[in-house]
Ligand binder design. Structure first.
Ligand SMILES: [Zn+2]
Length: 437
């Protein structure tokens, strides 16, 4: 197959940090340390000044295929992910039609297998994501699906959520919840507060999110099931989830880059680029998320990468679809939240690789079918899914230079620190020198 050697990077283990080389042969890490001469024909990558760690894993990618291929495809999303340092993505099921049965899940898995990355799938909890009848969760679990969600909308009916938790428990799968009570969110288009009043827009209150977090914590307590909270956006949501996790309940949660870098005042100009659900919150919530990340209290950063065709994002704020791109800038934004120069490399990989791989059950010891191991230690014997990240490189986001088919990034023109230099996925060099190899 192929041999690659990464030279003199800072190798970020689960507890260790050491400058050295990493040798990859035929899809596997075979040596770490000062390796000296290697076999001729080996591709040499200079990783001096860079972090070398496990490839990033995204728990929350909207690949839009089937149904919205003008915004993204499994292939274009995978390539955008590779440029962002990802080696595995979990494809969300809110496609058209929704991924709520074995045939559609198989379709995405088969298409995903033709990309350079590992594409896992989250199946829908309910048929058509309509929140009425359970989808065939056990059959999808038989294909290796480990996460189920109706993302885009939470499961509104508490008795249905209770039944889903009870049903999912013996299967060893986890339900991922988009936490917003739609009756309270009331069709709003931004955070409810002083800014929405001033702009004359209907708001989605923080309480719409927090009530569902509270409800699902209690349903987990009742059923013994497992829930992963998607894109939590308020300090109170985090506090509730952390305290439930500390009690030993099977609760995990993710935060999304827009929620820890942008606040509600970004909606001031009625630019639908900043419309997202849950909405951008006040500065105090942004700071609460960043603080929790730095203190090692967050299980995962997940992008909620949500490409939209340009004509849809040209609509008025309250009519435009919610969501923004994430895959290609999340690593830089996470570094920023962790304190840039003071950022802990271990925490960076805990948030972007090891945490999400554990939640998606994509570690080497978990995966049985289709996917290779992610989020592991950088040691001999592990599958070669790796990223080389330069924490000092500066670059400017240009919406029309992104690999994604869509351009709806709220960071257009913004200078960021930290850049992916190389991505090795399934043992192959997919990104080199910051570009597709
Ligand atoms: Zn969502």
């Amino acid at each position: 197959m192929s041999s690659i050697v990464l030279r003199q990077g800072l190798v970020v283990g689960t507890t260790s940090l050491e400058i050295g080389d990493v040798l990859i042969v035929d899809g596997e890490i075979v040596g770490v340390g000062d390796l000296g001469d290697v076999a001729s024909g080996t591709t040499e990558i200079d990783a001096t000044g860079c972090w070398v760690g496990p490839g990033l894993v995204d728990l929350h990618t909207h690949l839009r295929e089937p149904g919205r291929e003008e915004a993204e495809t499994i292939e274009s999303g995978a390539l955008a992910g590779a440029l962002g340092g990802f080696t595995a993505l979990v494809a969300m099921p809110n496609t058209e039609p929704a991924l709520d049965n074995v045939a559609l899940v198989s379709y995405v898995l088969d298409r995903g297998a033709r990309t350079p990355l590992d594409i896992a799938v989250a199946g829908a909890i309910t048929q058509g994501r309509r929140g009425e009848m359970l989808a065939p969760i056990a059959e999808m679990a038989g294909l290796g699906v480990r996460l189920f969600t109706d993302d885009g909308i939470g499961v509104q009916d508490p008795s249905l959520m209770r039944r889903a938790l009870t049903y999912a428990k013996p299967l060893g799968v986890r339900l991922a919840q988009h936490c917003e009570d739609e009756l309270l969110a009331g069709g709003g288009s931004m955070n409810e507060g002083a800014v929405s009043s001033r702009l004359g827009l209907v708001g989605r209150p923080a309480l719409a999110e927090e009530l569902m977090v509270l409800r699902d914590i209690e349903l987990v307590r009742l059923t013994g099931g497992a829930v992963h909270f998607l894109h939590l956006s308020t300090g109170r949501s985090l506090a509730m989830a952390i305290s439930a996790r500390n009690e030993g309940l099977a609760i995990t949660f993710e935060v999304a880059p827009h929620h820890f870098t942008l606040d509600e005042t970004a909606c001031d100009q009625f630019d639908p680029m900043f419309k997202v659900h849950p909405p951008l919150r006040p500065r105090s919530d942004v700071e609460a998320l960043r603080d929790a990340m730095r203190r090692g209290l967050v299980d995962a950063v997940a992008t909620d990468h949500a490409p939209h065709a340009p004509e849809l994002k040209d609509l008025p704020f309250d009519e435009a679809p919610a969501g923004m791109l994430g895959l290609e800038h999340v690593a830089s934004l996470t570094l920023d939240a962790l304190g840039a120069a003071e950022a802990s490399p271990q925490e960076f990989f805990a948030l972007l690789s090891r945490g999400p791989a554990r939640i998606a059950q994509l570690r080497q010891s978990d995966v049985r079918v289709r996917h290779s191991g992610h989020g592991g230690a950088v040691v001999a014997g592990e599958d070669a899914n790796l990223v080389v990240f330069d924490p000092q490189a500066r670059w400017t986001v240009r919406a029309n230079e992104l690999q994604s088919r869509a351009t709806n990034t709220p960071y257009d023109g913004r200078e960021l620190v930290g850049k992916v230099r190389a991505t090795i996925a399934k043992g192959l060099l997919v990104v080199n020198e910051g570009a597709l190899a």
